[in-house]
Ligand binder design. Sequence first.
Ligand SMILES: Nc1nc2c(c(=O)[nH]1)N[C@H]1C(S)=C(S)[C@@H](COP(=O)(O)O)O[C@H]1N2
Ligand SMILES: [Mo]
Length: 334
Amino acid sequence: MRRKGWEIREQEATPEEVFFNRRKFLKTAGYSRFTAVGLLLGCGHERVFEPFEDASGEAPPPAGSGSGSSTTTPPRSIYPAAQNPHFASLDRPLTIEAIAASYNNFYEFSTGKTDVAELASKFRSEPWKVEVGGLVRKPATFDLDDLLRMMPLEQRLYRHRCVEAWAMAVPWTGFAMKHLIDAVEPTVDARYVRMTTFLDPPTAPGQWGSPHWPWPYVEGLSMEEAGNDLTMLVTGVYGHALPLQHGAPIRLVTPWKYGFKSIKSIVSIEFVSERPATFWNTLAPEEYGFVANVDPEVPHPRWSQSQERMLGTYEIRPTLAFNGYGDFVADLYI
Ligand SMILES: Nc1nc2c(c(=O)[nH]1)N[C@H]1C(S)=C(S)[C@@H](COP(=O)(O)O)O[C@H]1N2
Ligand SMILES: [Mo]
């Protein structure tokens, strides 16, 4: 089989067993969770982010749900989901979970990054419904738990590239969006998918603090992009339910596009005929295009996009066209 551009030699990636057994290692090494996480973060945060729990171990509470509360707990047995073998390795090590969970873009809560986890912790993501409608034959409002039961959940390791030039590598759990599209049967008039985040200023300080911004956050894809194999609706990360700061309980992931396309905490998915107005594209169209494919050749008006910095390690890597996923998506743009 010809090796595709996004595939890499095994030895370049963190071996999966090493990653999955990290928790065992931490236990064996005699670190408490607090010590281990404290060492990684170099700070005394009380919030504890669980390393990946292996299948045999007892399941941890969802990270970010705060002590005791269970805001996003789905049926326990669904995590960790089966690893999709086509996305089982990457050209770079996975980002350490606690680092990915403490450096977030989620403007509903903060324009900072390191305070999102704390500010989001009061947000309730359970119960949760996703309304799917517009130009479809079978509109439906899905309870998140029903969606989790209906859809084929899988784990995929993906690169993530923020338009701000930081990057990470993350194991997401979710399902290919095409399965949901098939379930609701879009009509021939459907040309775009419009996705919307919750609107709740009382619990989202960013929404009441910046009332002039075009809330709620909206993102959109063409039907072809939404139905592409890569496009995922994600409900988990690092083998458990999404913590709030990553967009609990359900978010989009389009790994060949800049991160702002990957809208968090989705409440509605609407099939429409016209290209939807989206949050960042409305605020600053010259800086944030609608298509927003990762492209090292096209600089942002205020900085180069030719390189990226990995979260945690500060490693500088060359940015890849389509974030390394050209074999899947390049033909959408010819
Ligand atoms: N609703 C909503 N979704 C959002 C954002 C946001 O501010 N609000 N930020 C986006 C940006 S810019 C990025 S890079 C990713 C960050 O995802 P992460 O915090 O899980 O790493 O979420 C995206 N989705
Ligand atoms: Mo981003």
